[in-house]
Design a protein around this ligand. Structure first.
Ligand code: UT7
Length: 328
């Protein structure tokens, strides 16, 4: 696409409450040593009672609006990527719209699990191709811990809650989106599921206890392999399609699922470790929120500098995977 698309403002928001590895040691049979060496995660932020995905989304949106110098009134579209909306109906985007004090916009959720934010960016580019004046708020927001089984040590140590946001427009200052690539393979869907509440796993009206399929279920080792392979492939693809080499990249931000996956992608893709951004140690895996939280933080802390070429890449349940190339 030759039209110029701009990320006008970035934002992020995480809940105040922090769950450390030593806290988890009191919940399941695990250890700080196991979690640190296998995942690189030390802490994760978790929602408190009465705190919902929409609240995190609004926090991130307000920061993005402030950084863009814009008012919520100026927004035309809201796209929320999440697998943990406040409810099946209404959409999280409708609740966000109401909490931002606006109405009458085109608002909806999209489901691509951890790749959701990059799917959202591509959605924004499509909207802007049709409606050049649009001001699209794209949010990745999750309360993963509401869908985490804290009796299952193989999953509960991995996830955290949070939200990240970007305002996407065709005018104004900010990094440019040079390209986005999306991909998927539904035949791998069984590797990561959250079935409960869906039509394939309905609940009885009375007396049906909470079942394990309400929570995230996954085959960690298999996911690990596919994650490294798919992110490396889609990164190579976006560089090739843009006639670029990896030497021209300044920063790589992979989905923050596990430090070992991030490290393996950096090595396989042959990018030096000092160019690879990670904050998984403090947030754990926040699914669709992971990329926009990392992008916002990398920009604010100066890890990303003016003029940098930044490559984002993610993978998630579905299976889905994606990459995006930004020019700061
Ligand atoms: O956004 C996508 C979300 N999913 C992912 O990113 C998952 C990707 N996969 C991974 O990150 C890794 O596969 C894990 C971190 C989930 C697991 O690491 P691993 O090196 O693949 O470990 P494993 O599953 O092979 O388990 C090794 C051992 C097992 O014990 P045995 O069978 O060898 O006796 C597990 O029962 O570690 C045990 N184990 C634990 N021990 C202490 C699993 N979870 C824990 C735990 N604490 N929390």
């Amino acid at each position: 696409m030759s039209i110029e698309i701009v990320l006008r403002g970035l934002g992020r928001h995480v809940p105040e409450k922090v769950l450390s590895n030593s806290d988890l040691e009191t919940i399941v049979e695990t250890s700080d040593e196991w979690i640190t060496t296998r995942t690189g995660i030390k802490t994760r932020h978790v929602v408190s009672e009465g705190e919902y995905t929409s609240d995190l989304a609004v926090g991130a949106a307000e920061m993005a609006l402030k950084n863009a110098g814009m008012d919520a009134e100026e927004l035309t579209h809201i796209v929320v990527a999440t697998f943990t909306p406040d409810a099946m109906v209404p959409s999280c985007a409708c609740i966000v719209e109401e909490k931002l004090g606006i109405k009458g916009r085109a608002v909806y959720d999209i489901a691509a699990a951890c790749s959701g934010f990059l799917y959202g960016l591509e959605n924004a580019r499509a909207i802007l191709a049709l409606h050049p004046e649009a001001r699209v708020l794209v949010i990745g927001a999750e309360t993963c811990t509401r869908r985490t089984n804290f009796d299952d040590r193989t999953t509960c140590v991995l996830f955290g809650d949070g939200a990240g946001a970007a305002i996407v427009t065709r005018d104004g200052d900010g990094p440019k989106i040079r390209d986005v690539k999306l991909s998927s393979d539904g035949s791998l869907s069984k590797l990561l599921t959250v079935k409960g509440g869906g039509s394939s796993s309905s609940y009885e009206k009375v007396g049906d206890p909470i079942r394990e399929d309400y929570f995230i279920q996954m085959e960690g080792r298999e996911i690990f392999k596919h994650a490294v392979r798919s992110m490396t492939t889609v990164c190579n693809q976006i560089l090739a399609d843009n006639d670029m080499t990896r030497d021209q990249l300044n920063v790589l931000i992979p989905h923050q699922a596990n430090w070992r996956i991030i490290d393996a992608v950096g090595r396989k893709f042959d990018v030096p470790p000092e160019k690879v951004f990670s904050n998984v140690e403090r947030y754990g895996n926040t699914s669709a929120a992971s990329i926009p939280i990392a992008l916002s933080e990398a920009h604010e802390t100066g890890f990303i500098k003016d003029g940098d070429v930044v490559l984002l890449t993610s993978f998630g349940g579905g299976f889905t995977w994606a990459s995006a190339l930004l020019q700061f």
